[in-house]
Design a binder for this molecule. Sequence first.
Ligand code: GLY
Length: 307
Amino acid sequence: MQPKLIIHSGAGSSLGEKGGVELVRNSLHKILEKLYKLLVDDQSALDVVVRGCQLLEDDPIFNAGTGSVLQSDGQIRMSASLMDGLNHRFSGAINVSRIKNPIDLAKALQSSPDRVLSDHGAAELVRELQLPVYNSLTDKRLNEWQQERQQNFSKSMANIIAESPGSGTIGVVALDKEGRLAAGTSTGGKGFEKIGRVSDSAMPAGNYATGSAAVSCTGIGEDIIDECLAAKIVIRVTDGFSIKAAFERSFAEAHKHNRDLGAIAIDANGIIAWGKTSDVILAAFHDGKEIGDSLEAAKGTFIFTAE
Ligand code: GLY
């Protein structure tokens, strides 16, 4: 099969800062090119999704891994998940700290009988895997938190999404030469949230795959959970909807409920899709012939599909 690939780095109100579009585009396109080569070189969708999440986590302009936002107590807690469409298997780590790539925990948990671990359990897994201690904090995130602290945390969340170039949950969806699908999602959360708040990114609501379709979501976690968006789209496709119809139905529902979210997907026929109710979703895709992206798509609800 012709491999297909789509990645995202968040969704939200606008790429407000001057130069924001080009900064995000350069980063996404560079990562996309690297990952697509891996698919052409016969790597599995699952391995490419893990590598893609690592590269996006390592870019400090995105809110995952290095550059994650701080929570209300000034700590970073990250969450990530991985779903293998071939084996129909989900794994994830919730609210983990002091690790460079949270997706590595989700990968390690794919073969574990206990496949989703949170804070203490996830920290114990980091120790068992002997992963080096890593500080994901950047000056920009610390400054944002200090400013909010002075204003007594009047914002409900950090500038995490598209408002500045330094923002956004990340996700990768891939279809490999063998027709296998996989999805991965990783986040620093909303920023300024209560200790213990759990993101959609390590739930099937935010990241889901079967042999029929794979989806990664971005946006406000609570909105994604309420819509159960990733699982809903995938199950609709698995039950016989086209990916286009599944996106149209699911985004009409999300729009009706005033949700702020976006999703990327690929189906088993190689159709790539993305959709949003937010003004912007930062997504880029490779269809085997060319690279495309969503950075300057029309504001508001929008759905894109292409073979
Ligand atoms: N979608 C990421 C979060 O809300 O945590």
